[in-house]
Write a protein that binds this ligand. Structure first.
Ligand code: BES
Ligand code: MN
Ligand code: ZN
Length: 492
């Protein structure tokens, strides 16, 4: 369940809520909401700032209790930096810091005035949407396999925002996107002994059954055999969990050609016979974040009722070593007919995606985008902030980069020039599944480009961006926000 969102135009001083959120600037001045509260409290806020109890450093939060003259039991002051122009990235820092402080408290009902801050180049609907998504992101709790279900950490349930009633559609849309982001996080965070390819397929089928007009088809191993998906099937062979290729269809865009999203859904990537022995294997339940976020973007589009035609393909496979497992030096025949020499069974994502991308072409995509935790090299290149974007289409790159900027869920482009293609040469097949030591994210993209010729195709490598690092690191739902924004931009 996502948070309960509402708009409220009521006066702040007399609002019945557990916490009011307002901004202060680093010159000691107050946002207009904070000013209203200051007036209602006979200058209590300004005195706190003057005493140095609260300051305007970006993202600094100060929780005040029992402010005289104000009905709400608490006021959360959030530093907003300079009182001048505010760029979108700063605004996102502010709403995220506030949301985090709230989520770590015992506060239940919140009213935020932050959505009223003026952000350069962005409108009020944007500010509202981002504030709502930040709130829902921080309030997310993983509960599925915890007996305690966070019983001692209640967290917020209701959020209202200062905004005029005309912004209700923007808030409804944000709520829909929040549901999609939660769906992606929940699926990705589940352990691989629960979330295997069959489980992913069941989730998709249950969603389709609960939403009229959604079509869901699950391709089984036998169907994939008839289609000649020799590459995907080779990866699946070493696992006791059979592969599933999930097809979800949502038609709400008239007779337009569909947008097709393809997600890498390795519910666990052990590396196969090239077993992951250098560390990091325990994080490889997240190797289905591509499929999880494609699913989440699909859920978001449906929940937000976006006027698009959308096809989501989730390529669910587990990469394991056993007696039937595919081997380094095997030569596979992909659905496209291209033969592939396996030089490393741990470069399995591209082997799964190439067949899913070939299959995707029967939907005649207006645009085809795959999303994958594809390479460690992308993590080295771009770290945790930017998704790696690869495409030969400058216009599609521009659309996706812009959607990243707008949503704050940013990508950065890497080249997939043909100059890199010889790195994939093989003596025994049409192509090898690995390049050399260098440019690992790019050669993976180049590999995929061989299976998407003639398509308006882009590849997002989300290996570094889709879950937070560390032992308690969780899936964060990226790039659902980017992809949803891209769909919105294409229809408005
Ligand atoms: N799923 C991994 C990529 C990955 C690594 C994602 C670390 C997130 C964090 C992928 O299947 C993989 O193992 N790639 C290899 C490719 C190599 C063998 C060419 C890699 O990046 O090391
Ligand atoms: Mn791998
Ligand atoms: Zn992988």
């Amino acid at each position: 369940m996502s948070l309960n969102f509402r708009l409220s135009a009521s006066e702040l001083g007399t609002l019945d809520t557990d916490c009011l959120v307002a901004a202060i600037f680093d010159d000691g001045s107050l946002s207009s909401a904070a000013q209203a509260l200051d007036t209602a409290s006979d200058g209590a806020l300004a005195r706190r700032v003057k005493q140095g109890d609260a300051n305007g450093r970006v993202g600094k939060t100060t929780l005040l209790h029992d402010v005289a003259g104000i009905t709400a039991s608490r006021v959360l002051l959030v530093g907003a930096g300079s009182a001048g122009e505010m760029d979108p990235q700063r605004y996102l820092k502010i709403v995220n810091a506030a949301a985090k402080a709230i989520a770590q408290s015992t506060i239940n009902r919140v009213h935020s005035s932050l959505s009223q801050l003026k952000v350069s180049g962005r409108d009020a609907a944007w500010a509202l949407q981002q504030a709502a998504l930040a709130a829902d992101h921080a309030a997310y709790r993983y509960t599925a396999t915890r007996k305690d279900k966070h019983k001692n950490e209640p967290g917020p349930r209701e959020y209202s925002f200062s905004a005029e009633a005309g912004l209700q559609p923007a808030l409804d849309r944000a709520a829909g996107i929040a549901v999609g982001i939660r769906a992606a996080k929940d699926l990705a965070n589940l352990p691989p002994n629960i979330c295997n390819p069959a489980f992913m397929a069941e989730q998709a089928q249950a969603f389709a059954a609960a939403h009229p007009g959604i079509r869901c088809e699950v391709l089984e191993r036998e169907q994939m055999e008839s289609l000649g998906m020799g590459s995907l099937l080779a990866v699946a062979r070493g696992s006791a969990n059979p592969p599933k290729l999930v097809v979800l269809e949502y038609r709400n865009g008239g007779d337009a050609k569909p947008l097709v999203l393809v997600g890498k859904g390795l519910t666990f990537d052990s590396g196969g016979l090239n077993l992951k022995v250098q560390g990091g294997i325990e994080e490889m339940k997240f190797d289905m974040c591509g499929a999880a976020t494609v699913y989440g973007s699909f859920v978001a589009a449906v929940e937000a009722k976006l006027p698009v035609n959308l096809v989501a393909l989730l390529a669910g496979v587990e990469n394991m070593p056993d007696g039937a497992a595919y081997r380094p030096s095997d030569v596979l025949t992909s659905m496209s007919g291209t033969t592939i020499e396996v030089l490393n069974t741990d470069a399995e994502g591209r082997l799964v995606l190439c067949d899913a991308l070939t299959y995707a072409q029967r939907f005649e995509p207006a645009a085809l985008i795959d999303v994958a935790t594809l390479t460690g090299a992308c993590v080295i290149a771009l770290g945790k902030h930017a998704h790696g974007l690869m495409t030969k289409h400058d216009d599609l790159a521009a659309e996706l980069l812009a959607a990243g900027e707008t949503s704050g869920d940013r990508a950065w482009r890497l080249p997939i020039w043909d100059d890199y293609q010889p790195m994939l040469d093989s003596a025994f097949a049409d192509v090898a599944n690995i390049g050399g030591k260098s440019a690992g994210a790019i050669t993976a993209g180049c590999f995929l480009s061989r299976f998407t010729e003639g398509q308006r195709w882009a590849h997002l490598d989300i290996a570094g961006t889709s879950w937070d690092e560390g032992r308690k690191g969780m899936a964060n739902g990226r790039p659902v926000n980017l992809l949803t924004q891209w769909m919105i931009d294409r229809t408005s």
